[in-house]
Design a protein around this ligand. Sequence first.
Ligand SMILES: C[S@@+](CC[C@H](N)C(=O)[O-])C[C@H]1O[C@@H](n2cnc3c(N)ncnc32)[C@H](O)[C@@H]1O
Length: 288
Amino acid sequence: METAHTVAQALATARRRLTQAQQTPAEADGLLAHQLQRDRTYLIAHPEAELTPAQSADYAHLIAQRCAGTPVAYLTGRRAFRNLVLQVNSHTLIPRPETEHLVEQALQLGPANASVLEPGTGSGAIALALAHERPTWQITATDISLDALALAQQNAAHHRLTTVRFVHSDWFTALTGRYDLIISNPPYVATDDPHLTQGDLRYEPQIALVAGPDGLAAIRHLTHQAPTYLQPGGWLLLEHGATQGAACRTLLQQRGFNDIRTWQDLAGLDRLSGARFLHRTSSSSRLI
Ligand SMILES: C[S@@+](CC[C@H](N)C(=O)[O-])C[C@H]1O[C@@H](n2cnc3c(N)ncnc32)[C@H](O)[C@@H]1O
């Protein structure tokens, strides 16, 4: 990238480069604001501001990485999720806007003072958003990735969210007790899904994305195991792929869940399913 002397010149060059690389030119602004540790209004108010040679060189490097496909969130190390800005890195999935619907449903379904389990917390997005919006809930968040858990704990400390307990666990293996609500955005992409070779997914951890030949391995496991860890009448809420709603409902039904339902995202696509488990005894329909 040719040497840019001012904010306006740097942005013009970066937008051109991003367009040539078939990325979004408007990303130039957010990346320069990040580079200069200013907000975007500074860029608008100060187009004539001079960049130092080091700032120009670092910005050119950032733009080159973005042109090559590195996700913006990994370049800035941050992503907004509901009311929080979270640190993210290459060990964690980049939290998606669709997952905010999962949080929304949990907020509506969870009782006061709920005990909540989030298996597969990644950056901590779901657990920390719930803790932020429901300070009386007691939340346990797990992940099989120690690197992801470490970042989730940093995010919790940064936002002073002390009601989340983090546990290193392969799904439920390290857990005991029962929860009012189990909520998860598990891996749900099929092994040979062509999306894995496109966009941000190329850079995200495989363990956060891929779940067997049909993408349902983690959902199958969670659906099967969850009743052991649910309070009577407790909810299981799962995010899934847009074409997995029917399969997910079938799994819930086969496992004996009640009140099975699927919710759509803003694009009208099936995005999450959930159900309650009543813990009926085999000899009666009484709740135990
Ligand atoms: C789709 S990501 C979701 C991350 C985060 N909850 C979010 O919504 O942004 C799935 C997460 O599940 C974790 N995971 C995968 N297999 C797991 C397992 N066997 N036990 C626990 N966590 C697992 C991954 O490390 C990853 O953090």
